[in-house]
Design a protein around this ligand. Structure first.
Ligand code: GLA
Length: 501
């Protein structure tokens, strides 16, 4: 009796979900974000009864499989997991078909993308990768003559990420020009990702609402005696999902030059959906050529996370610096994992061409000042670019003192242009040495351990016969001359010395 009553209801439910709304297809949702740039999401769905499979393609650059998908009555639910570096973020979309529109809401935070979607049926090609454009054959790009010492300046990403705008950049330029940083050698004000708007019908890229007039902003930064940098990707979209330079390399380089841009960071990001890793050199060369052809001196910063042994070909594509690692974060672990792993790359650094272990986190708040002094010292020993990554309008005196220690900066900026290396390691103690001009050497006595440690350095290991003349670069005092020197170094701290005969 019971079965007979239930069966018609079951049959009706299955019938409804299978036929009332077959969601199989490509659902394209374009959303204009608050800053004026648009984000495209394509839900590529295959419906089989009450189950949905398929994938989600964001900005033609990132695709992730749907791990769970269902239709229940008129309710649609999709789950996917986005990967950002080491992190994974599960996003659930829920909603229903409303006439010809698939309306979905992301129920968990989706910081780089919209939270509401209105998908219309699109062609079967919607969401396909943009076509491969064969990059020109390899040839050496002429050295632009810039960055004879590692670039110094500031970059917006570490502190501001997507919250950077025209007013903040002007404020940072004001601060740098007046707080002693410019006088200490800081020069570039670099706008990272999220300045980009959309292209017009001629393909010309416009800045978004946060940056109403790039030329005027560049003029302002120049009026302070500083230089200005910008950011793009060889892919169709940047890592934060904004417009990239794919198929517009020459046009973009010309526009940077017109605006008065002095520095470009070029970030692989979505290029990975179009090109193979083995195309990287040729793809970076394309923008290297375009920057040279623009006629304006523009520092060229490669950002592809140290893949494909970039240090071997970075100079050939016109690169002045190249990232050697993934992204830094404001933590002792991240900073030391990156910084202490750079010794092996020393031979590739030279005037005009530098290894870039990523921007500074000094003053961003999650390390102690002792740790930030270690960060600043290690980056200087590495002849790394010194790009402050904090809010220069609002920092403590201690942070400013760390960033503007001229004796430390002089190690980084030394005209010999040699990167330092690890001389010795005993457990948590590391001694790093960088050759300086006029036969001097910088020595960093680093203590990575949890307890204070006594660290000794000898004249013999530095190849010095007789006594060492020793300058302590954080206390700004001369130490007693001798054939050996010992210091008590605090946990996570450093003693930085300039040693000469
Ligand atoms: C990548 C880069 C970062 C930053 C962001 C911006 O993660 O490595 O330095 O430029 O993109 O989206």
């Amino acid at each position: 009796m019971k079965i007979v009553r239930v069966l018609p209801i079951l049959t009706f439910a299955v019938f409804c979900s299978a036929t009332a709304a077959d969601l199989t297809g490509h659902w394209v949702s374009k959303v204009e974000m608050a800053d004026g740039h648009s984000q495209e999401t394509v839900f590529i769905l295959k419906q089989d009864g009450a189950s949905l499979t398929g994938k989600i393609v964001v900005n033609v650059s990132r695709e992730t499989p749907i791990t769970e998908g269902s239709v229940n009555g008129d309710t649609v639910s999709l789950t996917t997991t986005f990967r950002a570096g080491q992190n994974q973020r599960k996003v659930v979309y829920e909603g229903k078909l409303d006439g010809d529109t698939l309306r979905l809401k992301a129920t968990s935070s989706n910081p780089r993308g919209p939270s509401e979607f209105a998908g219309k049926r699109g062609p079967e090609t919607a969401g396909d990768p943009r076509p491969y454009i064969a990059p020109p054959a390899l040839h050496p790009v002429k050295d632009n003559g810039l960055a004879r010492t590692p670039p110094m300046g500031w970059n917006s990403w570490n502190h501001f990420a997507g919250r950077i705008d025209d007013a903040a950049v002007r404020g940072i330029a004001d601060a740098m020009a007046s707080n002693g940083m410019k006088a200490a050698g800081y020069l570039y004000i670099n706008i990272d990702d999220t300045w980009e708007g959309d292209r017009d019908s001629n393909g010309v890229l416009r800045s978004n609402k946060k940056f109403p007039d790039m030329k005027a902003l560049a003029d302002y930064v120049h009026s302070k005696g500083l230089k200005i940098g910008i950011y793009s990707s060889p892919g169709p979209r940047t890592c934060a999902g904004y417009e990239g330079s794919y198929a517009h390399e020459d046009q973009d380089a010309r526009m940077y030059a017109q605006w008065g841009i002095d520095y470009l960071k070029y970030d692989w990001c979505s290029a990975s959906r179009i090109y193979k890793d083995t195309d990287m050199q040729a793809v970076y060369q394309k923008m290297g050529d375009a920057l040279l052809a623009s006629g304006r001196p523009i520092v060229y910063s490669l950002c592809q996370y140290g893949r494909q042994d970039v240090w071997k070909w970075g100079p050939d594509v016109g690169g002045n610096l190249w990232r050697t690692t993934g992204d830094i974060s404001d933590s002792w672990n991240s900073m030391t994992k990156i910084g202490f792993d750079q010794s092996r790359l020393a031979e590739f650094a030279r005037p005009g061409h530098w290894n870039d272990p990523d921007m500074l986190e000094v003053g961003n708040g999650k390390m102690t000042d002792t740790e930030y002094r270690t960060h600043m010292s290690l980056w200087s020993i590495l002849a790394a670019p010194l790009l402050a990554g904090n809010d220069l309008r609002d920092m403590s005196k201690d942070t400013l003192d760390i960033l503007t220690n001229r004796e430390i900066i002089a190690v980084d900026q030394d005209s010999l242009g040699k990167q330092g290396t690890r001389k010795r390691q005993e457990g948590d103690v590391e001694v790093w040495v960088k050759p300086l001009s006029n036969g001097a050497q910088a020595a960093g006595l680093f203590n990575r351990g949890d307890r204070e440690a006594k660290i000794t350095i000898t004249a013999a290991e530095l190849g010095i016969k007789g006594k060492m003349k020793i300058r302590n670069l954080w206390t700004h005092k001369n130490e007693t001359k001798g054939d050996q020197f010992s210091a008590m170094v605090p946990s996570h701290g450093v003693v930085m010395l300039k040693i000469s005969r």
